[in-house]
Design a protein around this ligand. Structure first.
Ligand code: NAD
Length: 261
């Protein structure tokens, strides 16, 4: 119960990695502000279930984080409803895959708005409160694609490199304010975001899910295994611990060896 009394906002936590992170923080006693898209009845079940399972307060707000004013409002609401904002996990993200010359302008704009600009707007809104409490943790879920590129993912790779850069700047600015800022860079995690890419590959190659899954992993990762949302959650909890108080400005890979090559 290391995080009892702390409040965490996890963006994009209605599914996938964000949900894994929210569960891990709640398991340590943190009150949670959930955010993300989805069916309202299902989200309410999720909210209630999480609150009961871990005996913590859990709230939800459906802010569209591609809109800067909604990012700032979500941070303000977290403080108003849960009394503080100690841990900010910028996780919400989307993907689109196409060669640059065919990449739709509106997909570029949408990916940059959510995957990069929302991280800036959330940090900007969260930092003053963390500084005044002399304690804060900002964890930005970047990607292996924040450190290396792959073809056909121009907006995603540009945004995630930007997240790693913004993480370093924030870490420098907050180095002596009790606030650490780090990025987690996962390799492949089997979530809706990756399932859509797998389904497209199965269609394009008239192949099977099993074959395309192995090919997808083998192209990038020496370890032919998905990272779990729970592992990303555990790393987030570690970064909130006292043992991690001097880890700041780091981009931490959890990627089955992707970056070792
Ligand atoms: P996911 O699709 O399961 O989850 C994305 C979350 O973001 C969902 O809760 C969704 O509702 C939310 N979201 C989407 N648009 C939003 C918007 N406009 N406003 C607010 N919330 C919005 O995907 P995931 O794989 O869990 O991805 C989470 C993060 O992890 C992303 O930033 C992604 O880039 C990153 N990541 C994923 C992988 C992977 O292999 N899955 C690897 C590295 C990094």
């Amino acid at each position: 119960m290391m995080l009892r009394g702390k409040v965490a906002l996890v963006t994009g936590s209605t599914s996938g990695i964000g949900l894994g992170v929210a569960r891990a923080l709640a398991a340590e006693g943190a009150d949670i502000m959930l955010n993300g898209l989805g069916e309202i009845d299902q989200i309410e079940k999720l909210r209630e279930g999480l609150s009961k399972e871990f005996s913590v307060k859990v709230e939800y707000d459906g802010a569209d984080l591609s809109k800067p004013e909604q990012v700032a409002a979500l941070v303000a609401k977290t403080r108003n409803v849960l009394g503080s904002l100690d841990i900010l996990v910028n996780n919400a993200g989307i993907q689109y895959v196409a060669p640059i010359e065919e990449f739709p302008d509106e997909r570029w704009d949408a990916i940059l708005a959510l995957n990069l600009s929302a991280v800036f707007h959330a940090m900007k809104a969260a930092i003053p409160g963390m500084k005044s409490k002399k304690w804060g943790r900002i964890i930005n879920i970047a990607s292996a694609h924040g450190l290396v590129a792959s073809p056909y993912k121009v907006a995603y790779v540009a945004a995630k490199h930007g997240v790693v850069g913004a993480t370093k700047v924030a870490a420098l600015e907050l180095a002596n304010d009790g606030v650490t800022v780090n990025a987690i860079c996962p390799g492949w995690v089997l979530t809706a975001l990756v399932q859509r890419q797998l389904d497209d590959r199965v269609d394009e190659a008239s192949s099977t899910l099993e074959i395309e899954t192995e090919k997808l992993l083998r192209e990038k990762q020496p370890m032919l295994k998905f990272t779990s949302p729970e592992s990303v959650g555990s790393m987030t909890v570690f970064l909130c611990s006292e043992a991690a108080e001097t880890i700041t400005g780091s981009a931490i890979s959890i990627d089955g060896g992707w970056l070792a090559q």
